[in-house]
Design a binder for this molecule. Structure first.
Ligand code: NAD
Length: 369
């Protein structure tokens, strides 16, 4: 039976990178029925709203969505479709794997970790106000509940078990935040006793940031509250090679939405230039979510080999700054075709090829382009 997936192409480079991801998904042989729906600017043009109910209905029915980035206008215009989607579907867990690929674009080629971020409460609860009329003082309330803490911590341990990860690290600031921090810490300590097959440890967030940029290879699954997770997941995306190669996933009860970490990069829209890897790795995460382990491993390996070989890679993976071996850049669609071509051919029994010259200098030109 085919899996049904809601496909949201999104704005800017979204249609190009989701077309690339769809091509690679189809090369795996796993049967997928795509329910293509529009959100963002295209939906506004057609139906006057950036997030029509039909999009939410489709995701609720299919339980899985593959999404491109959606533009959020600064100032006026519609409110963030991404935030609305998360709230409407109660997507409480934001999962960002940070895995260095073929030693490229990173000073830390051994990086291989997953950040699990609680996405519904904490300092993002929207409980804030000015204290005085002159706006000289303000307060944002950090809401932490036992229910949401238990839910995200259990999610992280279950993910670790499923993905055969050895360790879960809880990150908090319980030494200073003696109620909210302590509550998260207490929830973690209590639940860790139910997962004795997995090592559990705690870090204060400031120490964690320092540890991550010194020895990321020592970490495996990190679970934390909303703000700390927001910051650490971007830090880890940088460690692993930057925005162009960073996939993400959002999970609610029985619902999963896969989307890249990067945004809609409007200046590259329609140029067939953007890096499709982050969106393609969203397909890999989707396959893992279904338990299609071999197909997922094939996608991961085809991406890895394409980046290691560096014959057909987009501009951001081809230029000095990302790599020590600059090459002529290829288009988004050409790179997708190369990865799709490799998917059925890769040999999963061989060790992953690593570049002889070692890693690149670790800059991320997508951030400066
Ligand atoms: P961005 O990620 O779109 O771009 C940051 C930089 O990285 C730019 O230089 C861009 O050209 C480059 N870049 C991004 N993705 C790339 C790719 N795949 N290949 C090559 N280069 C790439 O971030 P931004 O400029 O802050 O945001 C643009 C829009 O996207 C905004 O409206 C923002 O709200 C939205 N956004 C949406 C999501 C989402 O849908 N989940 C996430 C982040 C930003």
């Amino acid at each position: 039976m085919a899996y049904r997936v809601t496909l949201v192409p999104g704005d800017g480079i979204g249609p190009e990178v989701t077309a690339a991801a769809r091509l690679v998904a189809e090369s795996t042989g796993v049967s997928i029925d795509w329910d293509v729906v529009e959100a963002g600017e295209a939906a506004i043009r057609k139906s006057g709203t950036p997030l029509p109910d039909s999009v939410l209905d489709s995701i609720r029915n299919n339980r899985v969505a593959l999404k491109g980035p959606i533009t959020t206008p600064i100032g006026g215009g519609f409110r963030s479709v991404n935030v609305a989607l998360r709230q409407q579907l109660d997507l409480y867990a934001s999962v960002r794997p940070a895995r260095a690929i073929a030693g490229e674009g990173t000073r830390f080629p051994e990086t291989d970790l997953i950040v699990v971020r609680e996405a519904t409460e904490g300092l993002y609860s929207g409980v804030e106000h000015w204290v005085d009329r002159d706006h000289n003082a303000a307060e944002t309330v950090n809401v932490i509940t036992r229910k949401a803490s238990d839910r995200i911590i259990r999610f992280a341990f279950e993910l670790a078990r499923r993905e055969k990860r050895r360790k879960v690290t809880a990150v908090h600031k319980a030494n200073i935040m003696k109620t909210t921090g302590a509550l998260f810490q207490i929830a973690f300590k209590a639940l860790s006793t139910q997962y004795e097959d997995i090592v559990s440890e705690e870090r204060l967030v400031d120490n964690m940031a320092m540890q991550l940029v010194k020895k990321p290879e020592e970490y495996d699954v990190i679970v934390t509250t909303n703000l700390f997770g927001d910051i650490l997941s971007d830090l880890c995306a940088g460690l692993a090679g930057g925005l162009g190669v960073a996939p993400g996933a959002l999970f609610g009860d029985g619902i999963a939405v896969f989307e890249p970490v990067h945004g809609s990069a409007p200046k590259y829209a329609g140029q067939d230039k953007a890096n499709p890897v982050a969106e393609i790795l969203c397909v890999e995460l989707m396959l893992r979510h279904w338990g299609e382990r071999e197909a997922a491993d094939r996608v991961w390996r085809a991406v890895w080999e394409t980046i290691a070989e560096k014959k057909v890679v987009t501009y951001d993976l081809a230029l000095p700054g990302y790599t020590q071996r600059p090459v002529p850049p290829s288009s988004c669609s050409a790179m997708a075709r190369e990865i799709a071509r490799k998917v059925p051919l890769v040999d999963l029994t061989k060790p992953l090829p690593r570049p002889a010259a070692g890693g690149g200098p670790g800059l991320d030109p997508t951030l400066e382009a």
